[in-house]
Design a protein around this ligand. Structure first.
Ligand code: CP
Ligand code: NVA
Length: 312
């Protein structure tokens, strides 16, 4: 039996393993599109999906990924198990481990998904925490690769809040050799610890990492402009303050015009149209946001095959 393997952060995976997941995702996507089905790699396998926050993409794409691969997934909402409230996280982990083959969890505090993983006997997948969003970064990598045929050497500019999605994108770029630029207001940077880790990865991969406060300068020569909400789930009390600070970092037509004409615009979604991204850009010819959202399904199939399919 393979040792249990969790997926809590991209930082824990080697570039080779990340490519293994992306290659498997591409193969499973091709099979699905060509034949309308996938081989039942996960026949009889079950996934518990624990959510402490709302979700569209993560919930539906994991459920469909399991179904397409012959397995089964079920949803446990915040009211149902009361992770750490009704019952200790360690107890939830030990109980679920006797019922299912893997646990996917979306939590507020990153330590909670780490604690689940520590106590569970089955693989635990991070479906977003306040620290990072590694499943999103897999879909982002797949989308960039499909578009450019490579990730190494691309200039990827994240414009906005240095949040969970920015951390995973930073680590993807640093691991796979892309040139990453963060452009956001002072006080909303990517956490120092995540940046330091990325510097270590970049030394190995040849990636470069920069911060540029001026978004118009930051996107010059960009292949990818990426943005996300200015107010992440759990930050609602700061919304008013954030709405005053972030408008210079809106991804609009004037900003996109400063990037390469071949640049693509990415967003993990949900988008707040008219705030971090305009309708014109989101619905425009350079936007790949829906391909990116659909790639959550395919990227997670690659991940599930690695963790549960006995292939690695
Ligand atoms: N991008 C993403 O994770 O979307 P959901 O919050 O809808 O799952
Ligand atoms: N940064 C956002 C991402 C949602 C998928 C949040 O945490 O709410």
């Amino acid at each position: 039996m393979n040792p249990k393997r969790d997926f809590l952060a991209l930082a824990d995976y080697t570039p080779d393993t990340l490519w293994e997941i992306l290659d498997k995702a591409r193969a499973l996507k091709e099979e699905w599109q060509r034949t309308g089905r996938n081989a039942p790699l996960l026949k009889g396998k079950t996934l518990a999906m624990v959510f402490q926050k709302p979700s569209l993409r993560t919930r539906v794409s994991f459920e469909m990924a399991m179904q397409h691969l012959g397995g089964h997934a079920f949803y446990l909402g915040p009211q149902e198990i009361g992770l750490g409230k009704r019952e200790a996280i360690s107890d939830v982990a030990r109980v679920l481990s006797g019922y299912v083959d893997a646990i996917m969890a979306r939590v507020f505090d990153h330590e909670h998904v780490e604690e689940l993983a520590r106590w569970a006997d089955v693989p635990v997948i991070n479906g977003l925490s306040d620290y990072n969003h590694p499943c999103q970064a897999l879909a982002d990598g797949l989308t960039m690769y499909e578009h450019f045929g490579r990730i190494k050497g691309l200039k990827v500019v994240f414009v906005g809040d240095g949040n969970n999605v920015a951390v995973s994108l930073l680590h993807l770029c640093a691991k796979l050799g892309a040139h990453f630029v963060f452009s956001g207001p002072e006080g909303y940077d990517i956490p120092e610890k995540a940046w330091r880790l990325a510097e270590d990865f970049a030394r190995e991969s040849g990636a470069t990492l920069h911060v540029e406060r001026d978004p118009h300068k930051a996107v010059e020569g960009a292949d990818v402009i990426y943005t996300d909400t200015w107010v992440s789930m759990g930050q609602e009390a700061e919304a008013e303050k954030r709405m005053k600070v972030f408008p210079p970092y809106q991804v609009n037509a004037a900003l996109v015009a400063r990037a390469k004409p071949t640049a693509i615009v990415m967003h993990c979604l949900p988008a707040h149209r008219g705030y971090e991204i305009t309708d014109e850009v989101m619905d425009g010819p350079q936007s790949v946001v829906f391909q990116q959202a659909h790639n959550r399904l395919h990227a997670q199939k690659g991940l599930l095959a690695l963790l549960l399919g006995g292939e690695a």
